[in-house]
Design a protein around this ligand. Sequence first.
Ligand code: NAD
Length: 247
Amino acid sequence: MRLSGRVALVTGGSRGIGRAICEALADAGAAVAINYQGSERAAREVAREIAEAGGVADIFQADVSQREEVQRMKKQVLARFGRVDLLVNNAGITRDRTFVRMDEEAWAAVLSVNLNGVFYCTKAFLDGMLERRYGRIVHISSIVGQTGNYGQANYAAAKAALLGLTKTLAKELATKGITVNAVAPGFIETEMVAAVPEETRGKIVKQIPMGRLGTAQEVAKGVVFLLSDDASYITGQTLNVNGGMYV
Ligand code: NAD
């Protein structure tokens, strides 16, 4: 299996795209640390399902926007698995409204999870990767970070920032055995998109050349590729998984 012997940590792994990434990683042979914020039951369910399929997984609570919580999680993950080779910064939230109506709370909430959370998690696990001179990091950005989107100034800013972070980290870590890439999903069938009104979703689908939303599994396949040794010479890139919506 492509990832056997590797240890992965996926933030926000209890549902949606994160869950599909956890499952795909376990399928490829990695031991998976599943981070969750509040939904312990859902996280346990993912871990149980992986174990039943013969994989290895455990769950770790932390709000990624809180540095102390990430540090606590780091200790727990290292105590359980010894190291993290593959880090997937997937946790994200939206607080949509037009910029005119956007208050500081909505701005700060999105930036603190979608951007600061990535800073804290990458900081926490990069030391070990540097020591071992091996690591793979994937940031889950978004098509919205590439195109902008009405009502999503905070989210678009955070997701675009991840692309700049990806490129910079890739350059800084290129000689250290560590690759850093981003995956930019288009519109994917998850609870995040289920929150979009039906009429708006219909309009979105019309703009997708493939004529449908993507699945979390289709995103996960791209993530697993970037985390595998098949992608050993790929760093600083953005893999678009968007049905042709942005090319
Ligand atoms: P989702 O809402 O189903 O899942 C997000 C996950 O992040 C949840 O498990 C949630 O508990 C977790 N999370 C949120 N805040 C957290 C925090 N502070 N600490 C730890 N975990 C936290 O959404 P999804 O669609 O699966 O999104 C996953 C990622 O993909 C997000 O970064 C999102 O921005 C991105 N994305 C989604 C789409 C889409 O169409 N669904 C498109 C582009 C990008």
